[in-house]
Design a protein around this ligand. Structure first.
Ligand code: MN
Length: 338
């Protein structure tokens, strides 16, 4: 059931022991959302496996207490934050849960006790509204975590809209945090040599296909697929798909598309959802940044993604695939949602 901002807050007050769970490879939007709610209402920040580099740095610098691989059975209520598929929670068994999310599509609404789901440039933006509605003060630590989440989810504000800036300004006013302090916190994020190696390998293995004026780049890496796909669109690809073989039989494809592609009708979130369905996998995300996890040969998944784009560009796509909303096309562009 969709609830309004204040109702979301008030309902959570009924529970004593709440788990706020972030998607795997948690980013600052997920961590900031979970932490802010935990500070405002009480509860535990849970991480399903790992955090990305910037989020790990935020947790470290702000001393945010987190629990790794929590069991939802140990809590009265689980709040799923910034997450649109069960796959992003590593298929964690959820007992009673509610959801707060800003991704274009989400597969979790039906089973949620209650939820707020709407497109915004970050989940933090929705959380800020909730705190305002409930009259909860924002501490400097909460403010820093929130601002970091907004900056990363908007690709360093490249994809920010009027509401993003209003939220940022509100957070700074209420928490007293300087924008500079948030930038400092992020600048302290250590550069990891393994990411740089992955980017170079992705570039070496890259194949390019031209369809009309569109360049589709495909490659594979064992990790940092999302960052590799972003890199390929930054160096010239219009659309990039990066495959990774995960543990066991699971494979993952991360996709990124340039803004022009989205304006001409490409919606990677929908593409990943449709291709994921075919393989009983989980796919989804934003129009410009999305991913799939499935148990199937990586080659088939990659070639289906490419084939889907070819058809889309040839005008065979249904109207429903067209993306009209550009504002939340890349919330996680600079981080690695998938
Ligand atoms: Mn997000």
């Amino acid at each position: 059931m969709r609830v309004n901002d204040l109702e979301f807050f008030n309902r959570l007050l009924d529970y004593r022991n709440i788990l706020y769970i972030c998607h795997r490879n948690a980013d600052p939007d997920a961590i900031g959302s979970a932490y802010t709610l935990a500070e405002a209402i009480g509860g535990t920040v849970g991480i399903v496996d790992d955090c990305n580099r910037v989020a790990a740095n935020v947790i470290d610098k702000l001393n945010i207490p987190t629990v790794l691989c929590p069991d939802p059975d140990d809590y009265d209520m689980t709040v799923v934050v910034d997450t649109s598929t069960r796959g992003q929670l590593n298929d964690l068994k959820l007992k009673k849960f509610c959801l707060i999310d800003h991704h274009a599509t989400t597969a979790l609404l039906d089973d949620a006790e209650f939820y707020i789901h709407e497109e915004a440039t970050s989940t933090i933006e929705i959380i800020f509204r909730i705190l305002n509605a409930a009259g909860v003060p924002i501490s400097p630590k909460m403010g820093l975590a929130m601002i970091t989440g907004i900056i990363t989810d908007t690709g360093h504000l490249k994809h920010a809209n009027a509401s993003t800036f209003k939220t940022l300004s509100g957070i700074m006013e209420i928490s007293g945090v300087d924008y500079f302090d948030a930038l400092e916190l992020m600048a302290a994020t250590p550069q990891d040599i393994s990411i740089r190696i992955a980017m170079l390998k992705a570039a070496m293995r890259c194949k390019v296909e031209r369809v009309g004026d569109c360049l589709i780049a495909t490659t594979n890496v064992s990790s940092y697929g999302g960052a590799a796909a972003s890199m390929l669109t930054n160096i010239g690809a219009d659309i990039a798909f990066v495959g990774s073989v995960k543990d066991g039989n699971t494979v993952r494809v991360s996709g990124r598309a340039k803004r022009d592609m989205i304006l001409s009708g490409v919606n990677l979130g929908k593409l990943m959802e449709d291709v994921g369905d075919k393989y009983n996998g989980t796919g989804g995300g934003h129009s410009g940044a999305a991913g799939i996890d499935a148990e199937c040969p990586l080659e088939s998944l990659m070639s289906d993604c490419k084939e889907y784009v070819r058809k889309l560009l040839a005008g065979e796509a249904a109207e429903s695939l067209l993306c009209s909303e550009i504002s939340s096309a890349y919330p996680d562009k600079e981080t690695e949602l998938f």
